[in-house]
Write a protein of this length. Structure first.
Length: 423
């Protein structure tokens, strides 16, 4: 355990850039939004002040409309080190974008949860630096952006407008709405990810062509949000669950700051109610995303469908745990939890979000298990996650049954969340 702890710290030190942590030196050489949230959760055990700075540097790149960008680019890294880089996104021309170059899309809102966890790691240091007083208003503005500008259908759930925003980039859950998008020809851009990871472990060229099309259209519309602009728009359970759980965290922060947290508690209740009535499928025992254009449920068993377990007071928690224990996710022996249905014909144990297990979603499920009183299942999952990473290294994702590591090595959130699990 001591060796694993030390090795995890080494990854975080190697990936630290003086103000933020890169997910992986070569494949992801900038600051990523939800990566930073998970990294801060682990970093708080190493240095609470550095964990605060991780989140503050991300929130420092917030746009005037409240959006927290998916990527904050490091100006010292060449434009062609990552695609799509700053010259693609052209954020400097967008209204209300910050002084630093960023992408124009977002990622799952794990930040309020992370900020509250960071505060709790050392409340005195946090108070001394005025951490919560600075981040709380920014987090409130972030949630406001998602619950208003991204409430595209008007029914009280946020939509993601790009597969990269969902965090589960090439999940089979997106296949149906993505099939409508005409890919940009491969001759019009150069992928950089394949310089650092095997093609069979990454999204296909056709999917990349679609990702580029959607990002370009959003950029060319000046990053305006409406169903007319977004050819891809999905109400997804992961993001909406993080928002609901995040509102509970904001309520705790408000109390700590001597403010009234009631509006956050009612926002959390509303989101929980909307999530459960609109996205929960009783027969499947799982949450499905919904296509905001067609109104159809995207009936695919992806890990996102289990993520609402992180919501305090979720009325269908025991049903979700039952589904996790079943053949599709095999909570008792698959580890990390598969990103996609193990029993499906198109489950691919090595390809990104089409099968492999990721430590962050398993960490969220572990957190949810504890929240809902499933301590024994939580402890068992934690022990197996630790063993997995000890055997295979700080990989980006893992074959959930054999444990073979895939994607990049030295991956930030794998190291950070293992540090947290070791506590
Ligand atoms: C990537 O580059 O694959 C990232 O997941 C986008 O956020």
């Amino acid at each position: 355990v001591r060796d694993l702890d030390r090795a995890a710290r080494r990854v975080l030190l190697t990936n630290w850039r003086g103000h933020a942590t890169v997910p992986a030196a070569r494949l992801y050489p900038h600051q990523w939004s939800w990566d930073s949230a998970f990294i801060a959760i682990g970093l708080r055990h190493l240095s609470p002040v550095r964990a605060q700075r991780e989140l503050e540097s991300l929130l420092g790149a917030q746009w005037r409309d409240g959006r927290v960008p998916q990527i904050v680019f490091d100006p010292h890294v060449p434009d062609d080190a990552y695609f799509p880089g700053p010259s693609f996104w052209r954020s400097a021309r967008a209204p209300g974008a910050p002084g630093v170059p960023t992408s124009g899309i977002v990622q799952p809102p794990a930040h309020a949860l992370a900020a509250w966890a960071v505060h709790q790691a050392d409340p005195a240091a946090s108070r001394g630096r005025g951490f919560l007083a600075r981040v709380y208003p920014r987090l409130v503005a972030w949630h406001r952006y998602l619950t208003t500008r991204r409430n595209l259908t008007g029914n009280g759930l946020m939509s993601v407008v790009h597969p990269w925003e969902s965090g589960l980039d090439n999940s089979p859950a997106w296949d149906v709405p993505l099939a409508r998008i005409t890919p940009v020809p491969g001759t019009e851009f150069t992928r950089r990810d394949l310089n650092h990871a095997a093609a069979g472990e990454r999204p296909t060229d056709t999917d990349y062509g679609r990702y580029v099309r959607l990002a370009r259209d959003y950029r060319d519309a000046g990053y305006a949000d409406s169903l007319g602009v977004h050819a891809f728009a999905v109400e997804d359970p992961l993001c909406n669950a993080l928002l609901a759980a995040g509102e509970h965290a904001l309520a705790s922060m408000a109390a700590e700051l001597g403010l009234d947290g009631e509006r956050h508690r009612s926002a959390a209740d509303r989101l929980t109610e909307n999530l459960t009535t609109m996205l929960y499928d009783h027969a499947g025992g799982v949450f499905f995303p919904r296509d905001a254009h067609s109104g159809r449920m995207l009936r695919s068993y992806s890990i996102g469908g289990l993520m609402p377990l992180i919501v305090p007071g979720l009325p269908v928690a025991s049903e979700l745990v039952g589904t996790a224990l079943g053949d599709r996710f095999r909570l008792r022996d698959a580890c990390p939890l598969p990103s996609y249905d193990l029993s499906a014909d198109d489950h691919d144990p090595g390809r990104y979000w089409r099968g492999p297990g990721w430590v962050n979603t398993s960490w969220l499920f572990w957190h949810g298990l504890r929240l809902h009183g499933e301590q024994a299942l939580a402890d068992d999952l934690r022990d197996r996650l630790i063993d997995r990473v000890r055997d295979a290294g700080f990989r980006e994702y893992f074959d959930p049954l054999t444990g073979t590591g895939h994607g990049t090595d030295g991956f930030g959130w794998t190291a950070a969340l293992v540090l947290d699990l070791l506590r």
